[in-house]
Design a protein around this ligand. Structure first.
Ligand SMILES: Nc1ncnc2c1ncn2[C@@H]1O[C@H](COP(=O)(O)OP(=O)(O)OP(=O)(O)O)[C@@H](O)[C@H]1O
Ligand SMILES: [Mg+2]
Length: 284
């Protein structure tokens, strides 16, 4: 891990990700240009859970991929942990940012334990036995047990796939976690359980999380702030009540449509109930 880029953690509440004047233009078929982002600014603060919302095709996944350095923007600057995106990739990348892709994206030919151990093995700096031990710890952290270690991905439920993917994203204890639609495709019960796990892990490890989600239950349960992507930039990044008070057609539709009303009703009921001590916020 000798060529691993060093990073400095900012103080809690200070920017850990800074995106400035980001522009993305993609050529379209007929010789035209599609402008996805234009002058987009965003700061993510250490220790928060920032939820990114926006209509389909507004460039949420593109932004996430550029933050972790998987793609480069047309122009603008991205700094993560004080590093340029190129420095986030390569050796030890998984020690800087963990990413949970939408489908879990496990390697089907590898067992659960091998999948979790993969980032550790890839650095080449850790003996196989140590990597397996560390992976076993992460396996337990996400609520799975030793009996699951040798299962293959095809033998897992949707909720288990998400847990294994989370364990793998956290294998190298990164301070940053990116989640792309973490509860998509899960039934309501597995979704609630996974959200409770995310909340617990985020608090216990003091993680900074950037999450894309369309699911309002997940958004209300986890977000410190919500960033809204519309008109090719972030039009507001603020705690939920402020976002709700912000006049914009997308915000109205997203939060105050039928789905939004239902989720908000649930949130009010939960807030009215006595605060849970530690454990999960869900009464099951
Ligand atoms: N490499 C690329 N080349 C051309 N167009 C691209 C590229 N990457 C993204 N786009 C375009 O940019 C737009 C935004 O895509 P992106 O996947 O980021 O949207 P999204 O907000 O994540 O949407 P969804 O909510 O449906 O997942 C889309 O119109 C997409 O076709
Ligand atoms: Mg997307």
């Amino acid at each position: 891990m000798s060529d691993e880029a060093a990073f400095t953690l900012p103080a809690p509440g200070q920017p850990i990700i800074e995106v400035k004047n980001l522009c993305n233009r993609f050529p379209t078929g007929g010789g035209g240009v599609q402008v996805v982002h234009d002058g987009l600014d965003l700061a993510v603060l250490r220790g928060e859970v920032l939820t990114l919302v926006g209509g389909s095709g507004t460039g949420k996944t593109t932004l996430l991929r550029q933050i972790v350095g998987l793609d480069a923007p047309t122009s603008g600057s991205v700094r993560v942990l004080g590093l340029a995106p190129a420095q986030l990739q390569g050796a030890g990348a998984a020690a800087r940012v963990g990413m949970l892709f939408q489908q879990g994206a496990l390697f089907s030919a590898f067992s659960v334990l091998e999948n979790i151990a993969l980032p550790l093995r890839e650095t080449g700096a850790v003996p196989a036995a140590t990597a397996r031990e560390a992976a076993m710890l992460k396996l337990r952290m996400v609520g799975l047990n030793e009996g699951d270690a040798h299962k293959m991905p095809a033998q897992l439920s949707g909720g288990m796939v998400k847990r294994v993917a989370l364990a793998r994203a956290l294998a190298m204890d990164p301070p940053l976690l990116m989640l792309d639609e973490p509860t998509a495709g899960l039934d309501p019960e597995s979704s609630d359980a996974f959200v409770a796990l995310l909340r617990e892990v985020q608090r216990d490890l003091g993680l900074t999380v950037v999450m894309v989600t369309h699911d309002l239950d997940t958004l209300f349960e986890l977000s410190s702030r919500v960033a809204v992507l519309a008109e090719r930039r972030i039009i507001i990044a603020a705690p939920v009540p402020e976002v709700l008070a912000f006049e914009h057609p997308f915000i109205k539709e997203f939060f105050l449509g039928e789905r939004g009303q239902r989720a908000m009703q649930l949130l009010k009921q939960r807030r009215a109930a006595p605060a849970p001590q530690g454990g999960t916020p869900h009464g099951k």
